[in-house]
Design a protein around this ligand. Structure first.
Ligand SMILES: [Fe+2]
Length: 399
């Protein structure tokens, strides 16, 4: 087979010098990190071959806002139940604190389940260690209290309706859950490198609003001693001002998060943050539920992760949050969902039945077909066909 010379690997290579390439220079700019590290050497992550350094002004060597010389008089967010205050805090500082977001009972249930799970995973040898501490992943399968948080069900998180309103306003209705996992800070662990959670989008920067917004569940008191999350207040605005591919100058110092058990931290996907260093002798856990706009590729591949019994009992809302409600630009299976609106409970775009068929070993995909398929091919129980039948039945019953 001869192919035109212009299409050969060698010819393509010769004609793709760096200066001729379309957007590569922008995509490889390395911003905002390049300028950020150059202008803020104290942001360099720790050398993990050495003991953690204290007293040299690195980002982890800090304290909580009310004790911080730079920040103590700046009016940084404190925990509140006032949604207007939360909006102001999120806009100005990139984070806000929901006071008693979980009731005492909810918080206790959450904490006990989480600590038991973490211990169980260590015993079973399935724990995920990180330089900062143990992670407990995929909480959806590990307790009803976690499922309730994904649904913002007031039974599990009393501030649920308030969180949903803030997410709707920030990410637009139809937002989904990126992942829900617990970040541990173990005694003697290293601080996490500071980062922004919507970094996969870089060097594109979203100026007007984030495309990711976090809700952090805080099941125990956190502070500068036990690895309270490091935050650079207002850094979301600095990122936004730098713009796509833009440079960042000198940054203000980081603080450790201080919060009581039961508080929720909501923070902007552009806020610079990271797990702090735990200097106590006890493990510290927080749990981060990250939420994203409806079109984002999710961190957790929920359609595979979710356990069959959790799936069987999942509410339409939970299915939607996990991304099992396909729509034109996300999550379609064999084209099913193209044209769907991604509405909670809509048979059109519902992926649950595909996964259930897969679990039963009965998922039948549409394969190569001749113009005149055989009798056997015509009679096959295509999973796709059943899905469209459900859509038609739902429409009929709604009519
Ligand atoms: Fe993060």
């Amino acid at each position: 087979m001869t192919i035109p010379n212009e299409f050969t690997e060698a010819a393509v290579k010769v004609n793709s010098a760096r200066e001729d390439q379309l957007y590569s220079e922008f995509l490889r700019s390395g911003e905002p990190w390049k300028s950020m590290y150059r202008n803020n050497p104290w942001l360099a992550p720790p050398d993990m071959r050495k003991p953690l350094e204290w007293g040299s002004g690195q980002y982890w060597d800090t304290t909580v806002a009310r004790k911080h010389p730079h920040w103590k008089d700046k009016g940084l967010p404190i925990a509140t139940k006032d949604i207007h205050q939360m909006r102001r805090d999120l806009k100005q500082w990139g984070f806000c604190l929901v006071e008693e977001g979980m009731s005492e009972d909810q918080c206790t249930r959450f904490r006990e389940r989480l600590f038991a799970q973490a211990a169980g995973e260590r015993s079973a040898g399935v724990q995920m260690p990180t330089p900062s501490g143990q992670y407990v992943n995929s909480l959806v399968n590990k307790g009803r209290c976690f499922v309730q948080c994904i649904e913002q069900d007031p039974e599990g998180v009393q501030a649920g309706p308030l969180i949903e309103e803030i997410m709707d306003e920030t990410l637009g209705k139809g937002w989904i859950c990126h992942s829900f996992l617990s970040n541990g800070a173990d005694p003697g662990g290293y601080p996490q490198g500071l980062h922004i959670d919507q970094a996969p989008l870089l060097p594109f920067q979203t100026e007007e609003a984030p495309v990711l917004c976090n809700t952090m569940y805080i099941p125990q008191d956190v502070n500068e001693e036990n690895g309270g999350t490091l935050l650079i207040p207002g850094s979301h605005q600095i990122m936004a001002a730098a713009g796509s591919g833009g440079q960042v100058g000198e940054l203000p110092p980081a603080i450790n998060l201080e919060a009581r058990a039961g508080t929720l931290l909501i923070f902007d996907g552009r806020l610079i943050h990271g797990t702090g260093a735990n200097r106590t002798d006890r493990q510290r856990f927080v749990a981060t539920m990250s939420n994203v706009t409806a079109w984002t590729r999710q961190q957790e591949n929920w359609i595979m992760t979710v356990a069959p019994d959790v799936l069987a009992e999942a509410s339409p809302k939970l299915l939607h949050r996990m991304g099992l409600q396909a729509l034109t630009y996300g999550g379609t299976i064999e084209g099913f969902g193209l044209g769907a609106q991604g509405r909670v409970g809509d048979a059109f775009g519902s992926l649950k039945e595909f996964r259930e068929a897969y679990d039963r070993g009965e998922y039948v995909r549409v394969r190569e077909l001749q113009a005149q398929p055989s009798k056997e091919e015509l009679e096959r129980d295509y999973t796709l066909k059943a899905a469209y039948a459900r859509v038609a039945a739902q429409r009929k019953s709604n009519a």
